[in-house]
Design a protein around this ligand. Structure first.
Ligand SMILES: C[S@@+](CC[C@H](N)C(=O)[O-])C[C@H]1O[C@@H](n2cnc3c(N)ncnc32)[C@H](O)[C@@H]1O
Length: 286
C-alpha cells in the first residue's frame, strides 16, 4: 500500500507538471503505473521512488513520473462525427474563406500515438487534387515522449487498425510490416510532431484554423481546463473551430468558446465579447 504522504507528493508532481488530477481512490493506479518507473530507476518500490524524489531535483525522473500517469487511449476516427464534420462542413468552408492565402493550419493538441492527426491527414489526402496548390499544416503535440515516438513511427498493431479505421483506408494507406501495419509515408509526412505541454502558452506557434483538443481536459480540474482553453483560444482566429471530446464541454469552464449549435462537439471562439465568426458562418450554413 502506498503511504499517503508519498501519494500526495507524487500526485502533486504530476498535477503541477501536467495538470492531471488524481483523487485518493486512484492510489492503485498511481502505484501500478509508477512501479515500472521505480524499477527502471533501480528502486524496488514506490517508497524508494518517493525518497529519490525527496532527495533532490531530477528533471528526468520527474518527467518520467508525469508521463507514466498520462492516459493515452485513442483510436482512428474516434467518435466519427468530428471527422465527418471536418470533411463535409469545416474544410469546404475554409477552402472558401482561405482562398487568398491558400493555407490551412490544424492542431491536434493531445495527439497520443497519432491516430487523431493521421485520421485528419487521411481525410485531406482523400480530398485529392482540390488541395494541390494549398499548404495544409497538421501540427500534432503531446506531453508524452513515448507516445510521440510511437506516432512518428506510424506502426500500429492489428488491434489498433481494427479500431475505427475503415478497411478501405487500411488497404489504401497502410502496408503490412511484420505483425504490424505501417502508415504510408505520404500520410506520415503530412503531420509534424512536437512535444508540447498544454499548460504552456502556445502563442508563437502561429494561428490554427482548427484545433482538436479532445479527451485530455477530462483529466484536469476546472481551473486548469479553463487555463488550457484560454491558451488555445489565443492561437485561434475569429472564425476558428475547436473540437473537444464527447464527454467534454466549455460550459462552466470558459466563456472564450461557444458551442456551434447545429454541430455537436464543435466550438467557435468568442472574440471581443461577441459571438465567434465561425458560429455565425456555420450556423447560416446548416
Ligand atoms: C486520452 S488521450 C487523447 C488522444 C486523442 N486526442 C483522442 O481523443 O483520442 C490524452 C492525451 O493527452 C496527453 N496529455 C495529458 N496531459 C497533457 C498536457 N498537460 N499537455 C499535453 N498533452 C497532455 C496524454 O499524454 C495523452 O496522450
Amino acid at each position: 500500500m502506498i503511504r499517503s504522504e508519498d501519494f500526495e507528493l507524487l500526485c502533486g508532481i504530476v498535477k503541477s507538471r501536467s495538470g492531471l488530477t488524481l483523487s485518493p481512490d486512484k492510489a492503485y493506479l498511481l502505484e501500478n503505473r509508477l512501479m515500472a518507473v521505480s524499477r527502471k530507476w533501480g528502486m524496488s518500490d514506490i517508497d524508494g521512488l518517493a525518497s529519490a524524489v525527496r532527495g533532490g531535483p531530477n528533471e528526468e525522473l520527474l518527467r518520467e513520473i508525469t508521463e507514466a500517469m498520462t492516459t493515452n487511449e485513442t483510436l482512428f476516427f474516434r467518435d466519427q462525427t468530428p471527422f465527418e464534420q471536418l470533411e463535409k462542413v469545416v474544410l469546404p468552408r475554409l477552402l472558401e474563406t482561405r482562398k487568398e492565402s491558400r493555407r490551412i493550419r490544424i492542431w491536434s493538441a493531445a495527439c497520443s500515438s497519432g491516430q487523431e492527426p493521421y485520421s485528419i491527414a487521411m481525410i485531406l489526402k482523400g480530398m485529392g487534387s482540390i488541395l494541390d496548390d494549398w499548404r495544409i499544416d497538421i501540427y500534432a503535440t503531446d506531453i508524452s515522449r513515448a507516445m510521440l515516438d510511437k506516432a512518428r513511427a506510424g506502426l500500429y498493431t492489428q488491434f489498433e487498425v481494427q479500431r475505427g479505421l475503415p478497411i478501405a483506408m487500411l488497404m489504401k494507406y497502410f502496408q503490412q510490416a511484420g505483425d504490424k501495419w505501417e502508415i504510408d509515408p505520404s500520410i506520415r509526412s503530412m503531420v509534424e510532431y512536437q512535444e508540447f505541454n498544454l499548460l504552456n502558452d502556445p502563442t508563437g506557434k502561429g494561428q490554427f484554423d482548427v484545433v482538436f483538443c479532445r479527451n485530455v481536459l477530462i483529466y484536469l480540474d476546472p481551473p486548469t481546463k479553463g487555463r488550457v482553453l484560454e491558451n488555445v483560444w489565443k492561437i485561434m482566429p475569429a472564425d476558428g473551430i475547436l473540437y473537444m471530446g464527447g464527454a467534454e464541454t466549455v460550459m462552466g469552464v470558459t466563456e472564450k468558446f461557444q458551442p456551434v449549435s447545429e454541430h455537436r462537439g464543435m466550438y467557435s471562439s468568442v472574440q471581443g465579447g461577441g459571438q465567434g465568426q465561425a458560429r455565425a458562418n456555420y450556423a447560416s450554413n446548416a
